[in-house]
Write a protein that binds this ligand. Sequence first.
Ligand SMILES: *Cc1c(COP(=O)(O)O)cnc(C)c1O
Length: 422
Amino acid sequence: MNRRQFLGTASAAAALPASANPVDKPALLGGTPMKLTGTRQWPVFDQTEEQAMIGVLRSGKWYRGSGQMVRKFEEQYAALTGAKHCLAVANGTSALLASISALGIDAGDEVIMPPYTFVATLNVILEKHALPIFCDTDRASFQMDAKKLESKITDRTKLIMPVHMGGASVDLDSILATGKKHNVPVLEDACQAHLGEWRNRKVGTYGVAGCFSFQASKNLNSGEGGAVLFNDEAFMEATRAFHSNQANSQSLNLRITEFQAALLMAQMTRLETQSKTREQNAAYLTKMLNEVQGIAPAKLYPGCTRNAWHLYMFRYDKQHFANMPREKFLKALAAEGVPASGGYNPLNKQPLLKRIFATRGYRRIFSDAELKRWEERNHCPENDKLCEEAVWLTQPTLLGPRSDMEVIAGAIRKIQRHAASL
Ligand SMILES: *Cc1c(COP(=O)(O)O)cnc(C)c1O
């Protein structure tokens, strides 16, 4: 079915009472589901990956100290991103931990981060017994609000850690300028933003370092894996030292294996093509969703010249859906064969934080008054609202055929037409 036929079917069906037409009736009420035709298969692989893995296996060189795969991957990833240096590590969390360790982030320091991110961004700060300071979200973009950053800086602020959420860039110009003005380094959490760009340069190459994840869900995948990009060689060497146990400085073992690196190089041969497909599908979907009242796709900042599209994120306004709660909307979408989720909960409100602040370590470092004041300093009202409105599609959905985007938009319009009866 082409787009015109599809739209024709949808509007003809709309003229009939829902009960009479199983195609127009929401699947949640027993109608025919819309169903994506793409397989949403992830990961994607063939003999290229098989040969890469068997090659490492048979070589017997499974450790980066004995083989060449990790070193080669680091060269390739640096070349791909335009970074001067790359250090591959065990996973994205290790990339963040090694970087903040090399930066000397320590107990009692304050680190500014967004409340809208994966918990790993927070976990590495807590691991250091540092204090996470949450900078509210710009609801329109789903990104950390750069305009609110400066008010969060104190003389204890040692790091700003923005996250390129969903694969789109934060407002790097403003964030880097604020960091520079106050002499605070900026570390980019680019774990969702492979090949993402700000002003035609890859994200992850702007800050003091940029961290990436190659965990199974990510756009570049080796099951687990991570990397840090650097422009400064001395800082790269400090991070490298931390990531591989040694006796003369604080360190851990956060090393990646030769298997992961070989798999990554094979997967990298697909990355550009997959990214283009996601971009084309996302642009088409945005065009259709912009015309649906009550659906607001995440806005991109003008400087974001390329979105990695790890997630397709939009806001759902129930007022345009007969006040149907978001959970019901997600259920109705799932019934149509379109899997979607509500995304993150507010990280600044996680009970985990209270439990960690109550530990011996934190109480030795921070006074009761300070921890009490933390709560007042960390309200993020815009983010609270966003967490109630957000809807995510994950990246494999954007790898399907173009017609799948019509299915998604069609399913949303169908749900809207019948919102009152759902
Ligand atoms: C995935 C992710 C991480 C952590 O990466 P792992 O490889 O799972 O350790 C960190 N930050 C963000 C924003 C992520 O999406």
